[in-house]
Design a binder for this molecule. Structure first.
Ligand code: ADP
Length: 202
């Protein structure tokens, strides 16, 4: 277990286990769908569409979304490298709790650094971490610019912007590779749900 800043902290083994919760639901195997990709690549949009599909088919999920988490849990963190690492570490821990609760968790964070994604992967058991690479070229993201952030970054109004003056390290072997330039949002979402069905999560 990771080291803790506090001493005398002991992990409690509870009577109701993850397996109990999974068996009680009896409809799904919990896992985290860890979306990664540039800003504007489509992580939130596709994760939302996946969640709608899951919900309409009776599955239990929870979506952790970048901006929303930064309003609460991670409101003390900025965008320098150290804060980005801590941002992802906390989301990784939260996603682990939700997987423990029996849910299909979707996370929509740029999570630009391979090493950080690897750390989160290592928190989960192998079959419970599904990396979803939302592969959209920078030029396409910049053209979409849904929040006007690329424009600001190009003007120097935002520093440390991924793809502009901060690195994005693409996954080398993500479990799911989504090409948004050649597929609609619905097709991308269906690709992910199909993966879950084919691999026995649903
Ligand atoms: P991110 O969460 O990665 O920052 P968003 O989901 O907020 O990205 O924004 C992606 C934008 O791209 C949205 O405006 C969305 O409507 C648009 N878009 C166009 N085509 C696609 C596609 N095939 N998949 C996902 N998003 C798309």
């Amino acid at each position: 277990m990771a080291s803790s800043a506090a001493t005398n902290v002991v992990w409690h083994q509870h009577q109701v286990s993850k397996l109990d919760r999974v068996q009680q639901k009896g409809i799904q195997r919990p896992a985290v769908l860890w979306f990664t990709g540039l800003s504007g690549s489509g992580k939130s949009t596709i994760a939302n569409a996946v969640e709608q599909l899951l919900f309409s088919q009776g599955y239990h999920s929870y979506l952790l979304d970048g901006d929303n988490v930064r309003h609460g849990l991670n409101q003390d963190l900025g965008f320098n490298d150290q804060d980005r690492i801590e941002n992802i570490r906390r989301i990784g821990e939260v996603s682990k709790l939700f997987v423990d609760a029996g849910l299909i968790v979707l996370t929509a964070f740029i999570s630009p650094f391979r090493e950080d994604r690897q750390l989160v992967r290592a928190l989960h058991s192998a079959s419970e971490f599904i990396e979803v690479f939302i592969d959209t070229p920078l030029a396409v993201c910049e053209r979409r610019d849904p929040k006007g952030l690329y424009k600001k970054a190009r003007a120097g109004e935002i520093k440390h912007f991924t793809g502009i003056d901060s690195a994005y390290e693409a996954p080398e072997k993500a479990e799911i590779h989504v090409d948004t330039a050649s597929q609609s949002v619905v097709e991308c979402a269906e690709q992910i749900v199909t993966y879950l069905k084919q691999h026995g999560y649903l």
